[in-house]
Design a protein. Structure first.
Length: 382
């Protein structure tokens, strides 16, 4: 039997309305100078950032709390540099990522830059794995999507060079994750659908992954069914708190799969797509998915049939049907089903294909000749 390895180094608190109780439980761990890294805006408007700051300041071993709230939806290298400068001024000991995956990924990168002394450009472009000097990270997600609170990656962008990719390594795993679905209850419908589809993409891709284990497959199956239904419930009623909690749970456990089974081709293809079009991660994945499902069915039909039966209740008998079922599902969530909808032009396809990087070998489809260009090309016509 093949040997499997499972790593979950992050301590997790999960529930509804538990965030500040969890912080109090960790009063020994939370000490010294703290830097909150966040996207700000709505979290500031709702008073959540100030509330978090006060709760941290009230802990007996916390000396000071600083805030960097200028992280964008796709964290930029220059934002990481500025946040790290703020952290150094504060003599930061712990970095708290508070927000969606963008804020948490940024917090990881900031912790690596401050701790290791490397520039973010060095870590990003030279693919250097941050060492044990990386500062400890506390992840408090406010969206249900990326699973970044349990993963070892920080996804960053350099818009000037049209590059999107990751800084990765075991030292980027957050030491502590506090997953409280209350923070997701004010997220607008379109962002809920975009981030929610990212959860499903993690489940589907980690399910087809060549390095998937029996354990990660069980988690994938659970999330494909649960998240698919919860997103439909939220599309009908955005105030559905039970569905919100289900999505937060699904996002969290897919963080486990990201660290242990990884993703497949759609995530690799979304990175240059997002870098060139400045569109969200979730919308880019959605635009690619009907086409990827079509081609994946041709090499991995049994698995894709299972996925779509769990997701839609229908089992396709050919690639066209499989693609159609995924397209219909996405349309119900009001998500794009072609990259043309994101502003991609025909003359961009070769450039996008050339910029795809990262590990493609997890995907059974990776050995198909010229498959990256084929996916982009067909995704224009959906």
């Amino acid at each position: 039997m093949r040997m499997y390895q499972l790593e979950i180094p992050t301590k997790i608190y999960f529930g509804r309305g538990i965030a500040f109780q969890a912080l109090a439980e960790e009063k020994v761990f939370l000490n010294g100078n703290v830097l909150i890294v966040t996207t700000g805006r709505s979290l500031n408007r709702l008073g959540y950032v100030e509330k978090l700051k006060k709760e941290l300041q009230n802990l007996p071993n916390v000396k000071s709390v600083a805030i960097y709230d200028q992280i964008s939806a796709n964290p930029q290298l220059q934002e990481i540099t500025k946040a790290a400068e703020e952290g150094r001024k504060n003599r930061t000991d712990i970095v708290v990522g508070f927000g969606g995956g963008s804020a948490i990924d940024a917090a990881k990168a900031v912790a690596a830059v401050i701790g290791t002394g490397n520039s973010v450009e060095t870590l990003f472009y030279q693919h250097i794995e941050p060492d044990e000097r990386t500062l400890p990270v506390v992840a408090i997600p406010t969206t249900a999507g990326t699973g970044s609170e349990l993963s070892k990656a920080a996804i960053l962008s350099d818009y000037e060079k049209h590059k999107k990719g990751g800084v990765r390594g075991k030292n980027l795993y957050p030491k502590l994750a506090i997953v409280d679905s209350v923070f997701t209850e004010t997220v607008p419908l379109h962002i809920t659908m975009e981030t929610g589809f990212d959860v499903l993409a993690h489940a589907i891709e980690s399910y087809v992954s060549k390095v998937a284990s029996p354990f990660t497959k069980i988690l994938s199956e659970q999330v494909i069914s649960t998240a698919g239904k919860a997103l439909m419930e939220l599309e009908e009623d955005i105030q559905n708190k039970e569905a919100r909690e289900k999505m937060s749970y699904a996002s969290m456990i897919m963080g486990i799969n990201l660290g242990n089974a990884s993703t497949a081709m759609p995530h690799r293809l979304q990175y240059p797509l997002g870098a060139y079009t400045k569109t969200s991660h979730g919308s880019g994945l959605a635009a690619i998915y009907p086409t990827w499902i079509y081609y994946e069915y041709t090499v991995n039909s049994e698995t894709i049939r299972k996925v779509l039966e769990q997701l839609t209740g229908k089992e396709p008998t050919n690639a066209e049907q499989a693609s159609g079922l995924m397209k219909d599902f996405l349309k119900q969530l009001q998500l794009p089903v072609s990259i043309r909808e994101l502003g991609v032009k025909e003359n961009m396809l070769s450039i996008l294909a050339e910029d795809v990087s990262g590990n493609l070998a997890n995907d059974p489809l990776a050995e198909t000749e010229n498959i990256i260009y084929k996916i982009y090309e067909r995704a224009m016509k959906e």
